[in-house]
Structures are given as C-alpha cells and as structure tokens.
Design a protein around this ligand. Structure first.
Ligand code: SF4
Length: 448
C-alpha cells in the first residue's frame, strides 16, 4: 500500500482541465473515429497503443475490453491519458487534422476507458495466470519507468521489488505533474493498481555505496537479483549561481511543485494570492509552475526567458493556454542578481536584456519587482548511480547509457529507462522504456 494523502492539500484547489467524459460523451466521440487501417495515431504513441481498437471497443460498449487493449501496451495508460502531450503525439497525428476538422480526443477516450474500469483493481482487469518462474528483479526508483518494468515482469510470473528513497511512489506522476492534469492521489491510485499485480514495494530505501538502515548497495542488489532496473529520474533543480540566490522566496521549480502537491495546505492559496511571481526558464516545467501560480491567484506571474518565444522548449499549445490564464512572457532577459532588503526578504530580480544568441547586452540591466522566484532551468543528473553498478556508464550529459530498443546498459544484468537515460522526456517515454526492458528480459529468460 502507498502512503495515504490528506485532502487538505493546495493542489486540490486546482481542478481538472479535461474532466472525465460521461458515457454518452465517450460514445459520441468514439463513433467519430474512422478506425484507420494504417492508423498514424498508433505510430505517434511511444507505447504503440492500438488506438482504433480501444476506441472501437468503447463505441461497441466493451469498455473493459477497451481498457485491456490500452493496458496491454501501457500499464500506466490511465496517467498517460491525462498527462501525455497528446496535441503533439496521437491527437496531433489524427487524420482529421489534415482536413481542418477537430481531431479525435484520444486522451479523453483513453481516460474514460481506464478510469471507469480500474476502480475494481488489477485483478478484475488483468489476469495473473503466469506460473512463478523464480526469477527476481529489483528496480531503483519508484517512478513510471520502474513501475512499467516491474508490473510487466510480475504479470509474466517474475518477482519484482521496487526500491524508492521517498515515502511515496509514482515519481513525477505523484510529485511533479500539474494538478489540473493529474492529482497526486490519483497517481497513487494507479501505483496501487500496478503494485497489486504482485510487485513488492520498499519505500524509504536508497541505493548507495554501503548497506545499512534504509540503504542497500548496488553490489548487494546484483548479488541478490537476476536483473536490476535503474529508473531514478533526475536530481535537484539547477541553480543560477548569481548573488542573493540562497534565501527565502527563491525555489527550485520541482521542489515548489512537490510541496504544493503534497505538503502545502489549501489555505496556502491566500499566501500565493499576495505574491508577484517570476519563473525563470522556457521549458514545460517553467510553464507548469507559472500556470499553477496564476491559477492559484498570484497577483502577477511572468516567465523570464533569455531567448525568444520561438526558441522555448516548452510546448506552444501549453504557452498559449498559460497566456490566456494571465502568464506574461518576458523574453530575451537574463537574471544577474536577486535583490533583498535589510531583513533578507526578496524584493526584486535584477536582469539584463539579451541578444539573439541569449548573451547579455551591456548597459541594459534593470530590476523586476517580485516576492517569489521559481527556477526552472533544468535538473541535475544522478550520475553517481553508475558507480554502484559495474559496467554501467554515463554519457557527457550525465545520462545513463542504455540501448534504445532494449534499454540494456553496458552490464547485461542492468537495464535503465526514463529521464535518467533521456535527460527528461514525457511519462509515456519512461513507460515505454520500462516495458521494453521487461519484454527484453522476458524473451531472454523464455529462451533459457
Ligand atoms: Fe481514429 Fe484519428 Fe486514429 Fe484514424 S487517426 S484511427 S480517425 S484516432
């Protein structure tokens, strides 16, 4: 079982932007699908869900069958339905787009099929008929990649244990997804769904160089298990390294989002509502934290980005929505110092204008008044994990090196997937990695 969460969490002040379809809505939308023979939507899905088939099953009233079609490819199909950037994946490739017509709302249909059927638990949807094989795997990290890996192997009769250093499982699904897409309690419900397939969970356990209370060494894992999966995600938020950064009012974006989702009470909304917020960065995490602050009623929210709008790595459709919600973009601007009063209180961010290459222009410094700054300029890589597992290497970026198709590392017993190998992509990419690694092992072990 996962940790119970209180209802008194600030993230619960933010509501679904794409709520669950009613049965009538789902049927009407499913009927629009053309069930294309060479469906481009399938090719656009990193987990290759058979989209026309699951939609057809909704239209024919076989919603449980629809959910099974989704879960056969993607055990975390419920959260992916809610957090995937469908606009640039399946929905973006739907044939209706080419005719200038509204594409099929694949994500919302996937949510309908999974959410309305998973409430009964894993046993009623997925059959665990495989005989026990005696093979054991350990997963380092409890996020989507590890859960997909562990769940897929458990269904095939192998033993899987997930080691998570935090108290809660689910990785970014639980701690980092914008609440208007997925709340932490729903992410944890999905964790329970996957672990009910027969996955053992050990929360509060870290993999390190020495064994001890709450710690297990990589050496011991390799001795005790037939295979190890690395799904550790990314590390701490990157800092700017400029004067005045350490002190109240300046937060790493992922730290702030996690606190907002899991720790801050609903009453925290009153505090946010008094604040002028600056978010540094131009990626999807920056857009998320800016939108969250705007929706929670912050006085003013602006994103400070050192290049132009066209250079932002965040999705254009997300930025368009952010602007409608009141977020301003301050492009070609780079922070140079945090300004604090005599008591240490943050009062402004000193910035300089930048040229087309993002380099500061002399003589352009000025201050932007603010009460809070969130830094969303990247996260560190957890490269030390490679030192614990002989044969595992990291590349120049600090990412674990793994084969693109099998997710096998330089150590044949060790696999890796998700953000720790790709530097930070989507949940669905992490799920695909975990599943692919599990399928590789299942095939290897089936071959003797
Ligand atoms: Fe249906 Fe669109 Fe996929 Fe065709 S491309 S099968 S219409 S969702």
């Amino acid at each position: 079982m996962t940790t119970e969460l209180t209802n008194d969490r600030l993230e619960n002040e933010l509501h679904d932007k794409k709520p669950l379809y009613s049965e009538a809505e789902a049927n009407a939308e499913a009927e629009r699908c053309l069930y294309c023979a060479d469906a481009p939507c399938i090719k656009a899905c990193p987990t290759e869900i058979d989209i026309p088939t699951f939609i057809k099953k909704i239209a024919s009233g076989n919603v449980r069958g629809s959910a099974r079609t989704i879960l056969a490819q993607n055990l975390l199909g419920w959260s992916c339905a809610r957090v995937c950037p469908v606009e640039v994946l399946c929905v973006g490739s739907c044939v209706y787009n080419a005719w200038g017509r509204e594409p099929i709302a694949i994500g919302r249909l996937q949510r309908f099929a999974t959410e309305t059927t998973m409430k009964g638990g894993a046993e009623t949807l997925l059959s665990k008929t495989a005989a026990k094989t005696g093979k054991k795997v350990a997963c380092i990290g409890g996020g989507p990649a590890s859960l997909a890996f562990a769940g897929t192997l458990a269904l095939a009769g192998h033993e899987a244990v997930v080691l998570e250093k935090k108290a809660v499982l689910g990785g970014l699904n639980t701690t980092g997804i914008a609440p208007y897409k997925l709340h932490a309690h729903d992410a944890m419900h999905e964790v329970d769904f996957v672990t009910a397939l027969g996955v053992e969970v050990r929360a509060g356990v870290e993999v390190g160089s020495e064994d001890g209370a709450g710690r297990i060494s990589g050496k011991k894992l390799l001795e005790a298990y037939d295979a190890v999966f690395i799904g550790v995600g990314l590390g701490a938020d990157t800092k700017l390294g400029i004067p005045g950064e350490d002190g109240p009012g300046v937060f790493g974006a992922t730290v702030w989002i996690e606190r907002m989702k899991l720790e801050m009470p609903r009453a925290g909304r009153e505090e946010i509502a008094k604040k002028r917020v600056l978010v540094v960065g131009g990626g999807n995490t920056a857009i998320d934290v800016a939108r969250e602050c705007a929706l929670l009623g912050a006085t003013d929210v602006a994103m400070v980005y050192r290049r132009g709008a066209a250079d932002m790595s965040g999705y254009e459709h997300e930025m368009d929505i952010a602007k409608k919600e009141g977020v301003r973009l301050i492009p070609h601007t780079q922070p140079v110092a945090f300004v604090r009063d005599d008591s240490g209180k943050l009062t402004a961010l000193r910035v300089a204008k930048t040229d087309a290459q993002g380099k500061p222009i002399a003589g352009t410094e000025h201050t932007l008044s603010c009460d809070m700054v969130a830094l969303a300029i990247g996260q560190s890589k957890l490269r030390d994990i490679a030192k614990e597992l002989p044969g595992v290497e990291v590349d120049a970026r600090g990412c674990v090196v793994a084969h693109a198709g099998t997710c096998q590392t330089g150590n044949p017993k060790v696999f890796a997937g998700g953000d720790c190998i790709n530097g930070g992509k989507e949940v669905v990419n992490a799920v695909a990695d975990g599943r692919n690694a599990a399928r590789t092992l299942i095939a290897q072990w089936a071959g003797g």
